[in-house]
Design a protein around this ligand. Sequence first.
Ligand code: CP
Length: 325
Amino acid sequence: MEAKLKGRHFITTQDWTLEELETLFALAADLKTARAEGRATPLLSGKTLYMIFFDASTRTRNSFETGMTQLGGHGIYLSPDKMQISHGENARDTAKVLSRYGDGIAIRHCAFSEGNAYLREVAENTDVPLLNMQCDFFHPCQILADYLTLKENFGGKTRGLKLGVAWTSAPNYVRPLSVPQSLILMMPRFGIDVTLAYPPEFKLMPEIEEQAKANARAAGARFEISHRFEDAFDGADAVIPKSWGPLVTTRDVPEGLRLIEKYPDWRCEAKHMALGKDRMIYMHPLPADRGREVTDEVIDGPQSVVYDQAENRLHVQKALMALTM
Ligand code: CP
């Protein structure tokens, strides 16, 4: 299995089989243990990953770059405004040149209706793996970390868990759809029942919602959409309340921000956490808009696992890089 993954692109979890994803989670757990025990894991000695960030990042940049160091390789941070991309060099030429030098290319490009297309063009023009560090449609590395966090919190058994994914109101900028879309695609494939709650203007891409339904049917899991915030919490084992923009409804930023302001009550508070199972955990990919998306009481409370989730980005991405590069 591991040999089959060498050279593979990772743009969405949808492109990988469950067996391939399980291989990744097993290696991530081994690498996490090795790090806790202080054992070196130089699986990528002498290898280089180019990391192109069209958008800001704290967790993704540092977990990828640190991950390359811990695997004995080198991660190079690249900003398009310091590359010839800023003068119009196209995705094809950028991909072909970087793949002559190094061993992998990772990209974050979240501009709606541009990012995924850019990644796909790079992937078509490189013979080294292309890793998605978040695009307009998908944030697969975040969802790998989320799944590892669920496994750790529920004794390795995830089939039959109920996960609530709820939209929250955070009006300082319009966030991509990539996290909720990746969650609803992958979690049902592992038998997790997902309730997705959002106000009507915040629907996700119709083809992604349809694919999520198909994934759930194939796995014997439930996938439901609600327009009531509380439904994501009722009887849940885990909740991920987070903001995204009304990008399917409008691309106009001031209008989008106005729509976000329309629903200030879509905020995770202690009263919502009380609706779940006793052991329900609170998750968020971060950065969280404290006070708007969630109260400090919840995100800093005993049910919150947000820092474990952020740490798991490092372990799953090390596994991803070690398997593909
Ligand atoms: N969750 C996440 O991707 O964080 P950054 O935007 O800081 O990378």
